[in-house]
Design a protein around this ligand. Structure first.
Ligand SMILES: *Cc1c(COP(=O)(O)O)cnc(C)c1O
Length: 358
């Protein structure tokens, strides 16, 4: 069976050797030595500061909204994973959708201003498949209208934009280290906050609002990551360059084999982006064709994933249903093809030959 992804795991002895350090100390959480070591290694690897690791990639979105005191309308993208919208709704804010750029799949800045009202307080946008949003245009609009900018960077581990980590653009940036993501800690995530004062506020929020047993700073939640999670991360991190390199080879193989197929659109990345090869999205000419591809591949036990699907403006719990034609159209036609470290070039060729035979 070939799934859309397969979690990368090193030999278990390497994980056990790291975990034993926490075991011997009988220290399982509350920012233990393994977590601090992982943070320091990630700071080096990504060349970023002002971040901390969290227990998943969703709580950081909620913490970001809370820390920035967002209580009203948040302009957001319909083309993302459900966590992006649900975090807004969970924080009792109102998501206001703005459609995407059809080639980049990120929120369309040209349509943002028309959606701004007296209640708009923030923009929460997703860097889709590791492709950066139009950061400059969004920053310009945010400055002009005094809005905060939060980026969901769940797909963006190791992506650089204009020579800097993508995690350094915006007021608050979140990411996910879920086991389906490029780099993972089983479950996990991180929050990046360039401004020092805001960073401290976020930090307290993730630890019940306090720093040490006596030092209280206000309301908080528990978004701490455990030593088990850190041990997974420390055991995966030494392989990350090999993982990205292998994914690059597979991606280029897919692109070479599919580029002549007129029924398939390959994805273009924004200029000045260093890619991380986290996903292999393809857009088919229509949904009927997509369904045929999925059916033929399923017969060979090959399972790509319709991702993202559905367009988030269609979520059943949203009160006001709006229409987002570009996002809805793309959601009907897009699939992420299998891409992971242990996938072989031969398997990529097999998948492409099924697609090209239709
Ligand atoms: C995976 C993902 C999340 C959620 O991260 P978790 O770690 O699973 O909570 C949020 N946004 C996007 C775009 C994602 O892909």
């Amino acid at each position: 069976m070939i799934n859309v992804t397969q979690t990368f795991l090193p030999p278990i002895q390497e994980f056990e050797k790291i975990l034993k350090r926490a075991w011997d100390k009988k220290w399982m959480t509350n920012r233990g030595e393994l977590l601090l070591e992982l943070e320091s290694k990630l700071a080096n690897y990504l060349n970023v500061s002002n971040f901390f690791i969290t227990t998943n990639g969703t709580l950081p979105l909620q913490i970001a909204l809370k820390t920035l005191n967002i209580t009203k309308e948040v302009i957001t993208t319909p083309f993302s994973y459900v966590a992006t919208t649900s975090a807004i709704v969970w924080e009792n804010c109102t998501p206001v959708f703005v459609d995407i750029e059809c080639d980049m799949l990120t929120i369309d800045p040209a349509k943002i201003e028309a959606a701004i009202t007296g209640n708009t307080e923030a923009i929460l946008a997703t860097h889709v498949f590791g492709n950066p949003c139009d950061i400059e245009a969004i920053e310009h609009i945010a400055k002009k209208h005094n809005l905060k900018v939060i980026y969901d960077g769940a797909h963006c581990f190791a992506v650089n934009y204009k020579g800097k980590s993508i995690f350094s653009y915006g007021d608050i940036i979140t990411t996910s280290f879920h086991s389906t993501k490029l780099f993972h800690t089983g479950e996990g995530g991180a929050i990046f906050v360039p401004d020092d004062a805001l960073y401290k506020k976020c930090y307290y929020h993730h630890n019940f609002g306090h720093n040490g047993p006596l030092d209280y700073h206000g309301l908080g939640i528990n978004a701490k990551a455990s030593e088990m999670q850190a041990a997974v991360g420390l055991s995966v991190l030494p392989y990350i360059d090999d993982i990205i390199e292998k994914r690059k080879i597979l991606t280029e193989h897919y692109e070479a084999l599919l580029q002549k197929n007129k029924n398939v659109t390959l994805f273009n990345f924004r200029a000045s982006t260093e890619r991380n090869y986290s996903y292999m999205p393809v857009v088919f000419k229509d949904e009927a064709y997509l369904k045929l591809v999925l059916e033929k591949l399923a017969a060979l036990k090959i399972y790509p994933r319709r991702y993202f699907y559905p367009s988030l403006n269609k979520l059943p719990y949203l009160l006001n249903s709006v229409s987002m034609p570009i996002s809805e159209d793309i959601c009907n036609r897009i699939v992420c093809l299998p891409l992971y470290f242990e996938l072989e070039k031969q398997q990529v060729a097999e998948i492409c030959s099924v697609i090209n035979s239709i």
